[in-house]
Design a protein around this ligand. Structure first.
Ligand code: RP5
Length: 166
């Protein structure tokens, strides 16, 4: 396993699946865990140690509301942690503050314990950033990223970047 994806609740799964989809597309081995930092701190600590032992190199962590999960994980490992602030979509329960609560919580880590924070709900970018970090070590992954970026630029050209009739 190169990447571990953590999120705080089943209700986060739909958004966090977008990280998994990107990692799959790039052939990056990952494992996912649903553990709330607030509800099951001891299990979280044990699992972070476990993923380190299993060779994990980057961690993606998504959470909503008070969103302690990415920061707590960062406090327990020196692996890079990428935080995904989540809008809490939970019919019948608190809907939070549209993810602003989570964004501010995750991005405002104290000095020495950073979490690289992506935009609200942007689990895709968490995966792209994880792949970029891994590509420092894995040349074949770097090549895939370079090819992917070339395709993105080619698509922009094709879709009006060379000029359009209006
Ligand atoms: C956070 O609280 C989770 O990450 C989730 O976004 C939010 C609500 O959790 P549930 O009440 O749906 O389990 O810890």
């Amino acid at each position: 396993m190169k990447v571990a994806i953590f999120f705080g609740s089943k209700s986060d799964a739909e958004t966090m699946k977008k990280s998994a989809d990107v990692l799959r597309e790039f052939g990056v081995d990952f494992k996912a865990y649903i553990i709330s930092a607030h509800r099951a701190g001891a299990l979280l600590t044990k699992t972070v140690k476990q993923v380190e032992d299993d060779g994990c190199e980057v961690i993606i962590a998504g959470a909503g509301l008070a969103a302690a999960l990415p920061g707590v994980i960062a406090s327990e490992t020196v692996l890079p942690v990428i935080g995904v602030p989540l809008e809490c979509i939970n019919p019948g329960k608190s809907n939070g503050l549209a993810g602003i609560d989570s964004l501010l919580s995750i991005v405002q880590m104290p000095p020495q314990i950073p979490v690289a924070t992506v935009g609200i709900g942007n689990a895709k970018n968490a995966a792209y950033l994880a792949i970029q970090i891994l590509s420092i070590k894995y040349p074949e992954l770097k090549q895939k990223l370079v090819d992917f970026r070339k395709k993105l630029a080619a698509d922009v050209e094709k879709n009006g970047g060379l000029g359009v009739e209006l």
